[in-house]
Design a protein around this ligand. Structure first.
Ligand code: SF4
Ligand code: SF4
Length: 126
């Protein structure tokens, strides 16, 4: 599961992420980081079975944690109609040469624009 960690100016001067990784004895996958002396954000992927504990460990240190939703595609329901294709602002959705529609879920920013456009309800944000 993904979470966006928001650090204020004081927190960026402390090794909070390293402390939580050591305390929890858990490798946390950092997907994106934008940290400056005045504050910053880190997008992390945390294993689902340890998610609550890890979130609490960051919150205990004053970090604001926003749970990020992920795009889920039901391949059995997708009919490759392309109704979702032009709506995506970050080019997650592609038309392949064989006219099938594919998704690069890692680029998804969970805006939700494609969800209601799908006639077969193949898309969800979980
Ligand atoms: S939720 Fe938004 S960013 Fe993600 S695939 Fe759909 S349109 Fe693109
Ligand atoms: S709108 Fe739905 S059915 Fe059509 S290509 Fe997108 S996910 Fe597949």
């Amino acid at each position: 599961m993904r979470a966006l960690l928001k650090f204020d100016e004081e927190q960026t001067s402390q090794p909070i992420t390293a402390q939580v990784i050591l305390e929890q004895a858990l490798p946390i996958n950092i997907l994106r980081a934008d940290v400056k002396p005045a504050g910053g954000e880190i997008l992390v992927e945390i294993p689902q079975d340890r998610f609550d504990e890890v979130v609490k460990a960051f919150q205990k240190r004053g970090v604001t944690v926003i749970v990020e939703k992920r795009l889920a595609i039901d391949g059995d329901k997708c009919i490759h109609c392309g109704a979702c294709y032009s709506l995506c602002p970050v080019s997650v959705i592609r038309f392949e040469e064989d006219y099938t529609v594919t998704f690069d879920e890692d680029k998804c920013v969970a805006c939700g624009l494609c969800i209601d456009a799908c006639p077969t309800h193949a898309l969800e944000l979980l």
